[in-house]
Write a protein that binds this ligand. Structure first.
Ligand code: PLP
Length: 387
């Protein structure tokens, strides 16, 4: 379906159709997996079509996935990477020695590790802070600040940052704003509409949705930035394989159906946990008790299946996570099946302990990725262990 024909259509219709058109030779309704490394040229230096000269530069299956994320995020272009971290890395690789980045302190653990262990060594400067408070961000801006990197909601504390406010702060300072939208998915939040320059995903999570592919995606609007990122990807090489692109494209076709169920299961479980005496604290932006519930309702259309709870001690966190039968004890999130984890010992083990504790990532903190199973079965599973 052409871009013009799609305008005015609802999210679910776009999730099914965006980026995909019948294959010209056979009319195949699904974009084929173009499993090829190179393309035969008609004459020296003359590819048959556009940039189809080598698989790192261009691949039709990958392009279909890229066109799809561009539409769903309401951007102009999409760029696919071999992982979410490769996508974040590409955004940071636009910068040069001495440039300064302000990053939300409670990002995905791997993002912090990329910034502190590799990018700092190469001469970029980072300030990590609580981006919930725009005045803290404003105070940290320097002449060299080129990028503000947010994650909202954050992992695993479900902190929110005000995307429109931080976008204008960034732009007034001559910097760009990137938002890791992995937790929300474009079904629930579209940062480009709120002023961000880049929206970035670990498509490993909700977008693919079936826990069987590692991938990353960026959507953006600016043609020059698109060219820069395509150049970085071609030159650095972090491209996804055609089969992974095809699987992710297939996953995206049911994104809206899955997200509706994730959102409603997530809310039901957050409410159940909030009323349970064994649970000290529930972190879920969809609950009125969340300190940023108003902002959540303003910039999000739904609140996902991600719920974190504090059980007070590691002992209790282990008892819960190790004795459930439907929730599987595993890292990752956003798949159809429910997962549960202890961030301090698993996903966030690489964050220094004093920073973890200062933020509230206590040993008793448990993160649930609520899947799309039946709500009653999930609650019964939790209730069987929590008592
Ligand atoms: C998983 C994740 C990443 C990293 O993505 P990979 O696909 O594992 O490289 C980045 N940000 C968030 C919020 C994530 O959950």
């Amino acid at each position: 379906m052409s871009k013009e024909a799609r305008e005015g259509l609802g999210f679910g219709t776009q999730a099914v159709h965006a980026g995909v058109s019948p294959e010209p030779v056979t009319g195949a309704i699904m974009t084929p997996i173009f499993q090829t490394a190179t393309y035969v040229q008609t004459a020296v230096g003359e590819p048959r079509k556009g940039s189809y000269d080598y698989g790192r530069t261009a691949n039709p299956t990958r392009e279909a996935l890229e066109a799809s994320i561009a539409v769903l995020e309401n951007g102009s272009s999409g760029i696919a990477f071999s992982s979410g971290l490769a996508a974040i890395e590409a955004i940071v690789k636009r910068l040069s020695v001495g440039d300064h980045v302000i990053s939300e302190e409670n990002t995905y653990g791997g993002t912090t590790r990329l910034f502190t262990k590799i990018m700092s060594r190469l001469g970029l400067k980072f300030t990590f802070l609580d981006t919930r408070d725009p005045s803290e961000v404003a105070n940290a801006i320097r002449d060299e600040t080129k990028l503000i990197h947010l994650e909202t909601p954050t992992n695993p504390l479900m902190r929110l940052s005000d995307i429109p406010k931080l976008a204008s702060l960034a732009h007034d300072a001559g910097a760009l704003l990137s938002v890791d939208n992995t937790f929300a998915s474009p079904f629930n939040q579209r940062p480009l509409e709120l002023g961000a320059d880049f929206t970035v995903h670990s498509s490993t999570k909700y977008l693919n949705g079936h826990s069987d592919v590692i991938g990353g995606l960026i959507a953006l609007r600016d043609p020059e930035l698109t060219e820069e990122l395509l150049f970085i990807r071609k030159t650095s090489g972090a491209v996804p394989g055609p089969m992974d692109c095809w699987l992710t494209l297939r996953g995206i076709k049911t994104l809206h159906v899955r997200m509706r169920q994730h959102n409603s299961n997530g809310l039901a479980i957050a409410r159940y946990l909030e009323n349970h005496p064994a649970v000290e604290k529930v972190y879920y932006p969809g609950l009125p008790s969340h300190p940023q519930h108003t902002l959540a309702a303003e910039q999000m259309d739904g609140f996902t299946g991600m719920v974190s709870i504090d059980l007070g001690t590691l002992e209790r966190a282990k008892t819960l996570t190790e004795h459930l039968s439907i929730f599987a004890l595993a890292e990752s999130l956003g798949g159809v099946e429910s997962l549960i984890s202890v961030p301090a010992l698993m996903t966030h083990a690489s964050v220094p302990e004093e920073r973890r504790l200062a933020m509230g990532i206590n040993p008793g903190l448990v993160r649930l990725s609520v899947g799309i199973e039946e709500e009653a079965d999930l609650i019964q599973d939790l209730d069987g262990v929590l008592g």
